[in-house]
Design a protein around this ligand. Sequence first.
Ligand code: ATR
Length: 280
Amino acid sequence: MKKNFVRTGLIGHPVSHSKSPLIHNYWIKRHNLEGLYAAVDLPCETLEEGIASLVAQGFCGFNVTVPHKVDVMKHCHQIDNLAKRVGAVNTVVIQDKKLFGTNTDVFGFVQNIKENAPKDFDFKNGDALVLGAGGASRAVVQGLLDEGVPKILIANRTRSNADILLAHVSDPSRIKIVPWEDKANKDICGQANLLVNTTSLGMTGKAVLKMDLSHLPEKCLVNDIVYAPLMTGLLEAAKKRGNPVVTGIGMLLHQARPAFEKWYGIMPAVTPELEKMVLS
Ligand code: ATR
């Protein structure tokens, strides 16, 4: 193999469905680089040996997906502040056989909104209502805090999971946990500038997300991080009543950019061609 061949990949379980190889290998080709991004299926009990094998094979880094985003942290020699605040690592750079962990999901979420929301959308303009308090929600909430959202309301089916999230964020004073059953109430969603679904509800094969949007302000931006289907039931309902919507595919595409830059030294672009490939 050539000396400057840059090997990267994704670890997770399962990984066969992942679009990340498509995205990174598209950029490798587009920028005429020598390299390959591979999907590596690592069941939980093989995480440590799997990582050691990637290091031994000379990988320059890898992405991390479910279920390893938290567990991979104990194998990192260094974790940056952002990943510490999110409590999860989704990108690892390997240098001199040492692992450096970071998190690019926050960038992916924020950039997707910035690029695809109406021009007059401003994170600082009002409340954000976040549905869900799992791993993805942590990155979303951190992004919202970093962008200066004045108040973030979190509704999660299991209250204790929202409490755990609250205990980890950088500024809990701007967060309020609200009952899942009350998310559609006027006093909860009536002031929202942004509504984000971070739960798996609405995803192909999962239960639908039931939420009455009648109290949602018409200007409220609605974003779903689910991207299969691209137009979820929530987005369809929001669009029908005139709310601006942003789909979830951009978060996937944009989170890949800073990871690629760390490994290959080029900040790649999200092109319509790439988006079409990933959605087909
Ligand atoms: P991810 O890393 O993708 O965020 P996760 O950490 O498993 O995945 O989180 C899934 C989120 O979807 C959680 O907020 C979960 O709520 P609970 O904390 O109550 O489990 C939410 N979720 C999943 N199925 C749900 C359902 N049927 N109704 C409501 N919320 C659901």
